[in-house]
Ligand binder design. Structure first.
Ligand code: SF4
Ligand code: SF4
Length: 375
């Protein structure tokens, strides 16, 4: 196992972290036998960073992790968990949350404590409720050791959040195709300049980087026999300041593949970084609709979520991930905003600065979805 020693804190973590958000479920209940088996195997093979959250899997993730790890020497592994602000209705609740989390995790302390999935609105809520004062008190009491945040919003919000507190660490979504969204590369560089250790979530973009458009995948294969998963992990874990890359492992084969990569880790060379950059540009060229997501076409009088439909088409063209397209399209259907709702009234056409033939592209997409669903 590859380990990283943190320059700013007296700790060493495995470069591969176990994300506990995706344990397999049966009838909405975590398959605890499988989850425990995978957690134990990861621990015995050297993984010492386990990431969960109060809200994951409807509150089942923390207790499952707690039960699985309770017999191991607590000093041999690190637990990261999160405070999920959006569930907070009564500010009085705040002081009780940590004790519930400690009980769930069957531990006296949490190593890494994060303000969960920060966006602009949640940052404001955090400031209004003076949440950081509460969390600092928990640190003084020894209930938590290090304070950080995980992030999902734009770069200006990220900058403001960085200035709120001298963070011990930070968790960001980062991979070689997501360098321009959320905090992006600029936010990553800010963390490096401030010497804030980084935990990366979604290094595989929720599994999308494991399955590619055939044209691109062939070019990767021509370069080396490495799997797409390996390319993605090597890209992230060779970057300065990245201490842990999280993977939500819920199958034996995933765990084995990831362990193999980090047992024989090869740092990515400058030349390889150049190659991946080139591939990622080609990858972006696969977008089938040049929608920038500007929203000028919205609202559609019939309720179509125009840019969200185009985002699904583009993602499908790039990753060819049918499962993800089905899931995302199903979500738009539940909102009655999917492409099939379009009646081709044309009201949006004039508003699109990209001159996209919106109704016809939506018809194409609705047909494509029929095809994907019939597979
Ligand atoms: S053409 Fe379709 S998407 Fe555009 S405004 Fe009319 S119904 Fe909405
Ligand atoms: S106006 Fe055009 S580019 Fe902007 S979101 Fe709508 S379809 Fe996309």
């Amino acid at each position: 196992m590859l380990y990283r020693t943190w320059s700013s804190l007296p700790i060493t973590t495995s470069a591969l972290g176990f994300g506990c958000m995706r344990f397999k479920t049966v009838d909405k209940k975590v398959d605890e036998e499988l989850a425990t088996k995978l957690l134990h195997e990861a621990y015995h093979r050297g993984v010492n960073y386990f990431d969960t959250a109060y809200v994951y899997l409807d509150g089942q993730s923390e207790p499952v992790l707690g039960r699985a790890m309770k017999d191991f020497d607590r000093s041999t592994f690190h637990i990261a968990t999160k405070y999920s602000l959006w569930n907070l209705t009564d500010p009085e609740e705040i002081s009780h949350v940590i004790d519930r989390q400690l009980a769930n995790l069957q531990t006296d302390y949490i190593d890494f404590y994060l303000i969960h999935a920060v966006n602009n609105e949640r940052m404001q809520k955090m400031l209004d409720l003076k949440l950081l004062d509460v969390v600092k008190k928990w640190k003084e009491q020894g209930k938590i050791r290090y304070i950080g945040f995980s992030f999902h919003d734009d770069y200006p919000t990220f900058k403001k959040m960085l200035d709120c507190y001298p963070w011990d660490f930070c968790q960001i979504q980062f991979n070689y195709v997501d360098k321009d969204i959320q905090q992006g590369l600029e936010g990553y560089r800010d963390l490096v300049n401030r010497n804030i250790p980084i935990i990366v979530m979604e290094p595989l973009k929720g599994g999308s980087l494991a399955h590619f458009n055939e044209t691109i995948e062939k070019q990767f294969k021509a370069k080396s026999e490495d799997s797409m998963v390996k390319w993605a992990f090597r890209w992230v874990s060779s970057l300065p300041n990245v201490m842990v890359a999280l993977s939500g492992m819920n199958e034996e084969c995933q765990l084995q593949e990831n362990l193999e990569i980090y047992d024989h880790f090869q740092e990515m060379t400058e030349e390889e970084y150049g190659f991946v950059e080139e591939m990622s540009k080609k990858f972006k060229e696969l977008e089938v609709v040049g929608c920038t997501g500007c929203q000028y076409c919205m609202p559609c009088p019939f309720g179509v979520h125009i840019p969200d439909n185009f985002s699904i088409i583009n993602e499908h063209s790039m990753y060819q991930n049918d499962r993800s397209a089905r899931w995302n399209y199903g979500y738009l259907e539940s909102l009655k905003g999917d492409a099939s709702v379009c009646v081709a009234c044309g009201a949006c056409l004039e508003k699109c600065p990209q001159k996209i033939d919106i109704p016809n592209r939506l018809i194409d997409f609705a047909n494509l979805m029929k095809e994907i669903r019939s597979k």
